[in-house]
Design a protein around this ligand. Structure first.
Ligand code: ZN
Length: 122
């Protein structure tokens, strides 16, 4: 293990997790219904246009993408917190090398070293 300040990373991870959880709750409040409900409301309106339908679909896709991103980030943060407990925090999941303090400062929930992340991203 390295000389990483684990308490500092743990704090940052917990703060970020709280923020994301808040965002997820907000998104759920914003979009309690299904897309069918939204389209139904528009179709039931008197001044419905195709443009409104397209906008509703587009907004929905954006929100779902955002929700997925938030959920994935919480998963990554939980994994990072777990690794702090296990003493394996800061180690690349692929090659086992240290991820590096600089990268962890930017992305405390990083699971891969920069080389493996680039390989995975293609
Ligand atoms: Zn690696």
């Amino acid at each position: 293990m390295t000389d990483l300040d684990l308490d500092q990373y743990r704090r940052r991870l917990e703060e970020e997790r709280a923020r994301l959880t808040h965002t997820a709750a907000f998104l759920e409040r914003e979009n309690p219904g299904s897309l069918e409900d939204e389209l139904g409301e528009i179709a039931a309106g008197t001044d419905n246009h195709l443009g409104d339908l397209a906008t509703a679909t587009y907004d929905r896709e954006l929100d779902e993408g955002l929700e997925e991103g938030v959920q994935q980030a919480v998963v990554d943060i939980d994994a990072a917190l777990q690794k702090i407990e296990e003493g394996s925090y800061g180690t690349c999941e692929v090659c086992g090398e240290p991820i590096g303090a600089e990268r962890l400062s930017a992305i405390p929930w990083a699971r891969l070293c920069i080389d493996d992340q680039r390989r995975r991203d293609g």
